[in-house]
Design a protein around this ligand. Structure first.
Ligand SMILES: [Zn+2]
Ligand SMILES: [Zn+2]
Length: 260
Protein backbone atom coordinates (compact mmCIF):
# COMPACT_ATOMS: atom_id res chain seq x y z
CA UNK A 1 0.00 0.00 0.00
CA UNK A 2 1.38 3.33 -1.05
CA UNK A 3 0.47 6.94 -0.41
CA UNK A 4 0.97 9.51 -3.14
CA UNK A 5 1.95 12.50 -0.98
CA UNK A 6 1.76 15.08 -3.79
CA UNK A 7 -0.63 15.05 -6.72
CA UNK A 8 -2.56 17.67 -8.67
CA UNK A 9 -5.98 16.34 -9.62
CA UNK A 10 -7.80 19.47 -10.83
CA UNK A 11 -10.34 19.17 -13.65
CA UNK A 12 -8.02 21.11 -15.96
CA UNK A 13 -5.56 18.19 -15.76
CA UNK A 14 -8.14 15.39 -15.45
CA UNK A 15 -11.21 16.63 -17.35
CA UNK A 16 -12.83 13.19 -17.03
CA UNK A 17 -12.84 13.70 -13.22
CA UNK A 18 -10.48 12.48 -10.53
CA UNK A 19 -12.46 9.41 -9.51
CA UNK A 20 -11.53 7.21 -12.50
CA UNK A 21 -7.90 8.12 -12.03
CA UNK A 22 -8.06 7.26 -8.35
CA UNK A 23 -9.77 3.95 -9.08
CA UNK A 24 -6.82 3.04 -11.33
CA UNK A 25 -4.43 4.09 -8.58
CA UNK A 26 -6.23 1.99 -5.98
CA UNK A 27 -6.01 -1.05 -8.29
CA UNK A 28 -2.24 -0.47 -8.37
CA UNK A 29 -2.13 -0.46 -4.55
CA UNK A 30 -2.07 3.30 -3.97
CA UNK A 31 -4.56 3.92 -1.19
CA UNK A 32 -4.02 7.50 -0.05
CA UNK A 33 -3.65 10.77 -1.94
CA UNK A 34 -2.57 14.24 -0.90
CA UNK A 35 -4.12 16.61 -3.42
CA UNK A 36 -2.29 19.93 -3.76
CA UNK A 37 -4.59 22.95 -3.76
CA UNK A 38 -2.72 25.67 -5.65
CA UNK A 39 -3.00 27.57 -8.94
CA UNK A 40 -6.20 29.57 -8.42
CA UNK A 41 -9.00 29.83 -5.89
CA UNK A 42 -11.04 27.42 -8.05
CA UNK A 43 -8.24 24.86 -8.04
CA UNK A 44 -7.82 25.13 -4.28
CA UNK A 45 -11.56 24.71 -3.79
CA UNK A 46 -11.64 21.70 -6.09
CA UNK A 47 -8.83 20.00 -4.11
CA UNK A 48 -10.66 20.65 -0.86
CA UNK A 49 -14.00 19.43 -2.25
CA UNK A 50 -12.36 16.19 -3.37
CA UNK A 51 -10.84 15.73 0.10
CA UNK A 52 -14.17 16.40 1.77
CA UNK A 53 -15.96 13.94 -0.49
CA UNK A 54 -13.46 11.06 -0.40
CA UNK A 55 -11.96 9.46 2.71
CA UNK A 56 -8.76 8.53 0.85
CA UNK A 57 -7.94 12.11 -0.27
CA UNK A 58 -6.51 14.95 1.80
CA UNK A 59 -5.81 18.47 0.61
CA UNK A 60 -3.21 21.19 0.99
CA UNK A 61 -3.71 24.94 0.53
CA UNK A 62 -1.06 27.38 -0.62
CA UNK A 63 0.30 29.66 -3.32
CA UNK A 64 2.75 28.14 -5.78
CA UNK A 65 5.77 30.40 -6.35
CA UNK A 66 4.71 30.63 -10.01
CA UNK A 67 1.53 32.39 -8.85
CA UNK A 68 3.04 34.64 -6.18
CA UNK A 69 2.49 37.80 -8.27
CA UNK A 70 -1.26 37.07 -8.42
CA UNK A 71 -1.60 36.65 -4.66
CA UNK A 72 -3.46 39.77 -3.50
CA UNK A 73 -5.03 40.40 -0.11
CA UNK A 74 -8.46 39.15 -1.19
CA UNK A 75 -7.14 35.81 -2.46
CA UNK A 76 -4.91 35.42 0.57
CA UNK A 77 -7.88 35.98 2.89
CA UNK A 78 -9.90 33.28 1.13
CA UNK A 79 -7.00 30.84 1.22
CA UNK A 80 -6.47 31.43 4.95
CA UNK A 81 -10.10 30.57 5.57
CA UNK A 82 -9.84 27.36 3.52
CA UNK A 83 -6.49 26.40 5.08
CA UNK A 84 -8.11 25.99 8.49
CA UNK A 85 -10.40 23.17 7.28
CA UNK A 86 -9.73 19.85 9.02
CA UNK A 87 -9.14 17.97 5.73
CA UNK A 88 -6.29 20.38 4.92
CA UNK A 89 -3.23 18.55 6.21
CA UNK A 90 -0.50 20.98 5.12
CA UNK A 91 0.23 24.45 3.78
CA UNK A 92 1.68 24.36 0.28
CA UNK A 93 3.04 24.01 -2.06
CA UNK A 94 4.92 27.21 -1.28
CA UNK A 95 8.52 28.14 -1.98
CA UNK A 96 10.82 29.55 -4.62
CA UNK A 97 11.20 28.77 -8.31
CA UNK A 98 14.13 30.68 -9.79
CA UNK A 99 14.23 28.38 -12.81
CA UNK A 100 11.01 29.61 -14.43
CA UNK A 101 10.78 32.97 -12.63
CA UNK A 102 7.07 33.20 -13.47
CA UNK A 103 6.70 35.70 -10.62
CA UNK A 104 9.30 38.28 -9.51
CA UNK A 105 11.70 36.76 -6.99
CA UNK A 106 10.92 39.30 -4.24
CA UNK A 107 7.23 38.45 -4.49
CA UNK A 108 7.96 34.72 -4.39
CA UNK A 109 9.99 35.23 -1.24
CA UNK A 110 7.40 37.48 0.42
CA UNK A 111 4.53 35.03 -0.20
CA UNK A 112 6.70 32.10 0.94
CA UNK A 113 7.47 33.91 4.21
CA UNK A 114 3.85 34.89 4.82
CA UNK A 115 2.57 31.35 4.31
CA UNK A 116 5.21 29.91 6.64
CA UNK A 117 3.63 32.18 9.25
CA UNK A 118 0.19 30.86 8.33
CA UNK A 119 1.46 27.30 8.79
CA UNK A 120 2.91 28.12 12.19
CA UNK A 121 -0.31 29.78 13.30
CA UNK A 122 -2.39 26.82 12.15
CA UNK A 123 0.23 24.34 13.41
CA UNK A 124 0.22 22.54 10.07
CA UNK A 125 3.33 21.28 8.24
CA UNK A 126 4.61 22.90 5.06
CA UNK A 127 5.03 21.45 1.55
CA UNK A 128 8.01 23.19 -0.05
CA UNK A 129 8.62 23.64 -3.78
CA UNK A 130 12.20 24.72 -4.51
CA UNK A 131 13.94 25.00 -7.85
CA UNK A 132 17.24 26.73 -8.62
CA UNK A 133 17.12 28.49 -5.26
CA UNK A 134 18.64 26.12 -2.71
CA UNK A 135 20.45 28.64 -0.50
CA UNK A 136 17.56 31.12 -0.56
CA UNK A 137 15.03 28.43 0.32
CA UNK A 138 17.05 27.14 3.27
CA UNK A 139 17.64 30.70 4.47
CA UNK A 140 13.93 31.54 4.48
CA UNK A 141 13.00 28.27 6.21
CA UNK A 142 15.55 29.07 8.94
CA UNK A 143 14.65 32.80 9.22
CA UNK A 144 10.96 32.13 9.55
CA UNK A 145 11.37 29.25 12.02
CA UNK A 146 9.71 26.75 9.73
CA UNK A 147 11.17 23.96 11.88
CA UNK A 148 8.39 24.69 14.42
CA UNK A 149 6.04 22.83 12.10
CA UNK A 150 8.44 21.05 9.71
CA UNK A 151 7.16 19.49 6.54
CA UNK A 152 8.24 18.09 3.22
CA UNK A 153 10.69 19.08 0.49
CA UNK A 154 8.53 17.90 -2.38
CA UNK A 155 9.88 16.56 -5.68
CA UNK A 156 13.34 16.45 -4.17
CA UNK A 157 15.85 17.54 -6.81
CA UNK A 158 18.80 18.89 -4.82
CA UNK A 159 22.04 17.34 -3.59
CA UNK A 160 23.12 15.64 -0.38
CA UNK A 161 24.31 18.85 1.32
CA UNK A 162 20.88 20.40 0.82
CA UNK A 163 19.21 17.21 2.06
CA UNK A 164 21.27 17.20 5.26
CA UNK A 165 20.31 20.79 6.06
CA UNK A 166 16.64 20.21 5.18
CA UNK A 167 16.52 17.16 7.46
CA UNK A 168 18.05 19.24 10.29
CA UNK A 169 15.33 21.84 9.79
CA UNK A 170 12.64 19.19 10.22
CA UNK A 171 11.82 18.51 6.58
CA UNK A 172 11.30 15.06 5.09
CA UNK A 173 12.35 14.34 1.51
CA UNK A 174 9.75 13.33 -1.06
CA UNK A 175 10.87 11.63 -4.27
CA UNK A 176 8.97 11.99 -7.54
CA UNK A 177 9.46 10.43 -10.98
CA UNK A 178 12.54 12.60 -11.43
CA UNK A 179 14.56 10.16 -9.31
CA UNK A 180 14.07 7.52 -12.03
CA UNK A 181 15.59 9.71 -14.75
CA UNK A 182 18.96 8.52 -16.00
CA UNK A 183 20.91 11.69 -15.29
CA UNK A 184 19.48 12.23 -11.79
CA UNK A 185 22.53 10.80 -10.04
CA UNK A 186 22.62 13.37 -7.21
CA UNK A 187 18.98 12.69 -6.40
CA UNK A 188 19.54 8.93 -6.58
CA UNK A 189 22.43 9.26 -4.15
CA UNK A 190 20.16 11.04 -1.66
CA UNK A 191 17.33 8.53 -2.17
CA UNK A 192 19.72 5.67 -1.40
CA UNK A 193 21.19 7.38 1.67
CA UNK A 194 18.36 9.28 3.40
CA UNK A 195 17.11 7.96 6.77
CA UNK A 196 14.27 5.44 6.36
CA UNK A 197 11.98 7.43 8.63
CA UNK A 198 12.37 10.65 6.62
CA UNK A 199 11.46 9.66 3.04
CA UNK A 200 8.23 9.84 1.04
CA UNK A 201 7.13 9.16 -2.53
CA UNK A 202 4.87 11.20 -4.80
CA UNK A 203 3.89 11.63 -8.42
CA UNK A 204 3.41 15.41 -8.76
CA UNK A 205 0.80 14.36 -11.35
CA UNK A 206 0.07 15.42 -14.06
CA UNK A 207 3.79 16.13 -14.52
CA UNK A 208 7.00 14.14 -14.33
CA UNK A 209 5.86 10.61 -15.10
CA UNK A 210 8.54 8.14 -13.97
CA UNK A 211 10.50 5.84 -16.26
CA UNK A 212 9.21 3.76 -18.11
CA UNK A 213 6.18 6.04 -18.58
CA UNK A 214 8.14 9.24 -19.06
CA UNK A 215 6.32 11.76 -21.27
CA UNK A 216 2.82 10.43 -20.52
CA UNK A 217 0.32 12.34 -18.42
CA UNK A 218 1.35 11.33 -14.94
CA UNK A 219 -1.26 9.96 -12.54
CA UNK A 220 -1.15 8.65 -8.95
CA UNK A 221 -1.01 4.96 -10.01
CA UNK A 222 2.48 5.63 -11.35
CA UNK A 223 3.93 6.25 -7.89
CA UNK A 224 4.48 2.49 -7.81
CA UNK A 225 7.26 2.84 -10.42
CA UNK A 226 9.00 5.50 -8.35
CA UNK A 227 8.63 3.39 -5.20
CA UNK A 228 10.15 0.34 -6.92
CA UNK A 229 13.04 2.41 -8.19
CA UNK A 230 13.78 3.90 -4.74
CA UNK A 231 13.45 0.47 -3.10
CA UNK A 232 16.02 -0.92 -5.57
CA UNK A 233 18.39 1.94 -4.78
CA UNK A 234 18.06 1.14 -1.08
CA UNK A 235 18.35 -2.62 -1.60
CA UNK A 236 14.98 -3.40 -0.03
CA UNK A 237 11.69 -4.85 -1.29
CA UNK A 238 9.11 -2.41 -2.59
CA UNK A 239 6.70 -3.68 0.10
CA UNK A 240 9.11 -2.57 2.80
CA UNK A 241 9.55 0.85 1.19
CA UNK A 242 5.77 1.19 0.92
CA UNK A 243 5.41 0.37 4.61
CA UNK A 244 8.11 2.88 5.64
CA UNK A 245 6.87 5.73 3.46
CA UNK A 246 3.24 5.18 4.48
CA UNK A 247 4.24 5.32 8.16
CA UNK A 248 6.19 8.48 7.45
CA UNK A 249 3.21 10.07 5.70
CA UNK A 250 1.03 9.17 8.66
CA UNK A 251 3.48 10.71 11.11
CA UNK A 252 4.13 13.82 9.04
CA UNK A 253 0.67 14.59 7.66
CA UNK A 254 -1.73 12.50 9.74
CA UNK A 255 -2.91 10.66 6.63
CA UNK A 256 -3.22 6.90 6.37
CA UNK A 257 -4.17 4.28 3.85
CA UNK A 258 -7.91 3.84 3.40
CA UNK A 259 -8.59 0.23 2.53
CA UNK A 260 -11.96 0.47 0.86
ZN1 LIG B 1 6.21 21.74 -7.03
ZN1 LIG C 1 3.12 20.18 -7.25
Amino acid sequence: MLIDTHCHLDPQYFPEGADETLTRARSAGVTGFVCIGVGSLEQTQSALELAQRRADVWATVGVHPHDAAACDAALEGELLRLAAAPRVVAIGEIGLDFHYDHSPREQQAAVFRRFIHVARELKKPIVVHTRNAPAETLQILADERASEVGGIIHCFSENKAFAERALELGFDLSFSGIVTFKRATDIQEVAAWAPADRILVETDSPYLAPVPLRGKRCEPAYVLHTARFVADLRGIAVEELAEQTSQNAARRLGVSAVLN
